[in-house]
Each structure stands twice: as structure tokens, then as C-alpha cells.
Design a protein around this ligand. Sequence first.
Ligand SMILES: NC(=O)c1ccc[n+]([C@@H]2O[C@H](COP(=O)([O-])OP(=O)(O)OC[C@H]3O[C@@H](n4cnc5c(N)ncnc54)[C@H](OP(=O)(O)O)[C@@H]3O)[C@@H](O)[C@H]2O)c1
Length: 304
Amino acid sequence: MSVRALVVDPSASTAVRLADVPDPVPGPGQVLVDVSHASLNYGDLNDARSGRVPVGAVLGADAAGVVVRAAADGTGPVVGTRVVALTSGAFAERVAIDVGALAEVPKGLDLAQAVALPVAGVAALRSLRAAGLGPDKRVLITGASGGVGRFAVQLAARAGAHVIASVGSAGRGDGLAEAGADEVLIGLEGLQRPVDVVIDSVGGPQLVAAWNLLAPGGSVQSVGWTSGEPAVFPPYATVGPAKSLASFVIDGDAGEDLAVLTELAAEGAVTIEIGWQGPWDRFAEAAEALRGRRVSGKAVLEVA
Ligand SMILES: NC(=O)c1ccc[n+]([C@@H]2O[C@H](COP(=O)([O-])OP(=O)(O)OC[C@H]3O[C@@H](n4cnc5c(N)ncnc54)[C@H](OP(=O)(O)O)[C@@H]3O)[C@@H](O)[C@H]2O)c1
């Protein structure tokens, strides 16, 4: 038996193609999920070309669907439960998923919406947590128009922070004030007062500029590097009152944080913006839109 999946293929223009892969065999602490939706992350585009996901292996991290076989060890959701997960090899019709990597999707939240949460939402939640968020902090979020950025804006605003959202061009800021941003800037133009926290997905010169804006005691969380440009710190830029530049990566099971995020989304406390949605055989179109900075929020693939 086989299932359809999006696998890594360096000879394809997007480095990804639809293929048949063996039906997954779940381990004792895994459920089998029939996937209806997947979401495309910027990191997937990198993974397809970097070798991090091997040639022929299934790409993807964000999946949502329905449990068709419960875990043999008795843990996790029962058959028929709607779930969302952060798991490797997510872009397949059927996936075996660790019970710790998933959350049940509450009533009132569509799978097509819930699937946008795993990588982007968990990165936003955990990087803000790592930075030590609190009321009255000034928080700068770069790449705020994207997946991580839009969730970070909303979560920081909920925590009572003063949120400064930085985007690449005027139209990319649409909806960010409604999402909770107190200021929406193009680049970092005009930002003069120091900030306490930076959630940075852009890297390069903008990371250097953000570092210079950081108040003593503050922290930059380096979440991503979409600019692809080097960051060149002028001499003595890192000498002075203590502040930190922390690397960030999602590590370990995401189920508990996904449960928090799905509840917030179901209550309407966090809104999920889908900037591109379509069948997964239009993967190339979705990838091009994401790379071309034309997706506001998230890109969602309809599986099968
Ligand atoms: N460390 C982790 O665990 C982790 C987790 C999730 C994501 N990430 C990383 O975080 C980054 C953002 O991910 P995402 O899924 O939010 O991506 P996304 O949805 O594509 O958003 C990225 C944003 O970055 C900006 N951007 C894109 N290309 C740029 C460029 N050349 N120069 C300046 N800005 C650019 C765009 O904003 P404008 O169009 O407004 O400029 C875009 O909205 C990626 O590097 C991803 O790999 C890391």
C-alpha cells in the first residue's frame, strides 16, 4: 500500500514533487492521521534544497486531519478526533504522528485554519516566552507580515506589550494594526526609542539595526533569516551594557503549545490569516508566492 506525498526532488523546479510513498507504520506512541490540510512554511522551502530533508523523503511540518488509528499504547486521541500537529514528513495523505506532537482541534475551528498554527504559531509563542515578555515592554517584530510575524504581533499584544511591527513595504502592513500592533513601520525607519525585545525573522542588516535599538537588559531572538544577507556588526557594537542575541529553534514536542494556540484561535483571541490556499498539486504556485513575499500570513495546501 502507498500514499501520495510531496517529496524532495532536486531535479524538480521547486525541488519538490508529488510521489507515492509507503503507507506509514505507526510506532506504539503514534496515531495514524488522514491529512486533509498542510501548511507551507518558509523553512520548508529551505529544507527542500538544503539537504536537511533527504532526497525522496516527505517534506513538511504542519499537518491537520482526522485520527484513523489510535496509538497502540493507549495514549492520545481516539479514532475520529480532529487533530493538528507539528511533525516531520507532514505533506502526505496519511502520517504517523507522536501523540506528544499534536493537539485536538476544538469545535468551531476549521482544520484549514488550525493547520496554519504549528511552526509559525509555536515559534512565535516560544520565542516571546524565551525573551521574557511582560506588560509595558516594547517589542519589535520584524517580518511581521509573515507567518511567524503575524502570530508574534498578536501574542505580544495579548501580553500587554507595546508592539512595533516592521514590514518590507506599505501594503504588507495591512491588518497588523487590527492584529494588535501599536506601530507599523516599513523597515525600521523612524524608530528611535529603544526596544526591550526583538523577534527577528529577517536577519542581515535589519538584525544589526535592531541590535542597535535594543535597550540594556533586552534580548533579540533570532528566529529566521529571510533576507539571506550577512549581518555586519560595526566595531564595538557588542561592547556595552549587557543585552543578548539568542539563537532560537523549535525543539521537542509541540503538543502542549499547540493546545494553547488552538484554544486561543477557537475563542477568536488569535486570528489566523490565510494569504494563499489551494490544492497541493499547486505547490509550485504556493512556493513562488511565499518566496515572492506575496502571502500575508500563511499558505495552506489542501491535501488530495
Ligand atoms: N527557528 C525556528 O524554529 C523557526 C520557526 C519558524 C520559522 N523560522 C524562520 O523564520 C523566518 C520566517 O518564517 P515564516 O514562516 O514566518 O516566513 P514567511 O511567512 O515567508 O514570512 C517571512 C517574512 O519575512 C519578510 N521577508 C521575506 N523575504 C525578505 C527579504 N528578502 N528581506 C527582508 N524581509 C523579507 C517578508 O516580509 P515583507 O514582505 O513585509 O518584507 C515575509 O512576510 C524564516 O527564515 C523561517 O525559516 C524559524
